[in-house]
Design a protein around this ligand. Structure first.
Ligand SMILES: [Zn+2]
Length: 404
């Protein structure tokens, strides 16, 4: 599976991946997912947002029986020039764990699903976890349709170009109700497991995080003939905001990043008439993040700019009972919180009992081609996921990861 995925959406220049929602690469990844499901005789369904679900067993019968299924999986899209593991490791491990269960002669008492969430990174339309947000109602279909990429293409247009009906997208309670428990395996995006000397951890929570757009107006003019005192240079306010974000994060004890900027008209010899930048801020404490963003906002407004919140996700604890259960069946594994957002967090916020497994990343680097995981650690991850699924899909009674 890994070898098949390797070339899809890979940039020759950077060696990283450019797998954006509803692009050609995304289409190929979806076809790959469908083929893997078909190869295993799983029932493939798509929900109202186009997330793909491959089921072993009948998820609707399980809902009628009051004991909905166990779902694992992740996403296949990437950030610009992202690594190979963020997302795909969870999907490949899910299929591998299912194969291991079958090889072991395991018969699930309740169905097991593998999911590929669409548009997790938000690399194209700016909102992370769009696939899970829409089906859980955390983002309306209307808002999703109107999101726009850097080329001015709306998500509605992109869906249409991909042969889909944009008006279909929206909240999908029926799909969410099929998920009795969700366990997402993911490559670790920091160095905690390297320091702890463990290949796998159980996730405890996701830090609160958000994205803000910073718009600075200016006036285009000639870079050679316009006196400094006559300029209205949008870049100066933006530059101040970048420095303010760093200072605010240090002051309040969180992290803040400005990693994307669009300059109009974007000429070396033209004074910028508009600069838009995007701020990402996260931290263990939501108050710290809010305070840091408030500092940036006041600086931006003083410079004549505008701050708009594009997304905010509160601190998300994973299901404590489910997490404890994973720790029990896996034995000696550390528990980790994370500053990275995941579809697992969106489902947890929607009331689905949710847990995560993290696999060691020796570089500690993610969202970059340097992201890595050793094969032996990936296999440890598959083993852990297999053990967890066997427990959750085979066990009965309270604490079996079922909805209360
Ligand atoms: Zn991811």
């Amino acid at each position: 599976m890994w070898a098949e995925l390797e070339p899809v959406g890979r940039s020759e220049r950077s060696g990283g991946y450019r797998r954006f929602a509803w692009s050609r690469a995304d289409h190929d990844l979806r076809e790959w997912f469908a083929a893997e499901a078909a190869r295993r005789g799983l029932d493939l369904t798509e929900d109202r947002m186009g997330n793909q679900w491959a089921w072993w067993g009948d998820p609707d019968q399980a809902v009628r029986d009051g004991d909905p299924g166990v779902v694992t999986g992740s996403h296949l899209d990437s950030v610009p020039d992202g690594g190979a593991f963020d997302g795909p490791l969870g999907v490949v491990s899910a299929f591998s764990a299912l194969d291991a269960l079958r090889d072991n002669g395991f018969t699930p008492r309740r169905p097991i699903g593998v999911v590929n969430f669409v548009d997790e990174e938000g690399a194209r339309f700016g909102v992370a976890c769009a696939g899970s947000r829409v089906i859980t109602g955390a983002m309306t279909g209307r808002r999703a349709r109107s999101l726009t990429d850097a080329d001015g293409t709306t998500m509605a247009d992109a869906l249409q170009a991909a042969g889909r009906d944009p008006h279909q997208i929206g909240r999908d309670d029926e799909t969410v109700a099929r998920v009795g428990a969700f366990v997402e395996l993911h490559v670790e995006q920091g160095r905690a497991l390297v320091d702890l000397g463990h290949p796998v951890a159980v996730g405890t929570d996701i830090w609160p995080h958000g994205r803000w757009r910073l718009d600075f107006p200016g006036e285009a003019n000639h870079a050679g003939t316009t006196r400094l005192e006559d300029r209205h240079d949008a870049m100066l306010g933006f530059a101040g905001a970048v420095l303010a974000a760093r200072e605010a994060a240090t002051t309040h004890g969180c992290v803040a990043t400005v990693g994307k900027v669009a300059v109009t008209p974007g000429g070396v010899n033209a004074i910028p008439s508009a600069v838009t930048g995007w701020l990402d801020a996260r931290g263990a404490s939501p108050r710290a993040v809010r305070r840091a963003v408030a500092d940036v906002r006041s600086m931006v407004e003083q410079a004549g700019g505008v701050v708009s919140e594009e997304s905010w996700t509160a601190s998300t604890p994973f299901d404590a009972v489910l997490g404890a259960r994973l720790q029990t069946v896996l034995g000696d594994v550390p528990a980790l919180g994370t500053g990275a957002g995941h579809d697992a967090g969106i489902l947890a916020n929607a009331g689905v009992p949710t847990a995560m497994l993290f696999v060691r990343n020796p570089t500690g680097v993610s969202h970059s081609p340097r992201e890595h995981a050793e094969l032996s650690d990936c296999l440890e991850g598959v083993q852990a996921l297999t053990t967890v699924l066997e427990d959750l899909a085979g066990a009965q009674g309270p604490g079996a990861g079922g909805r209360a």
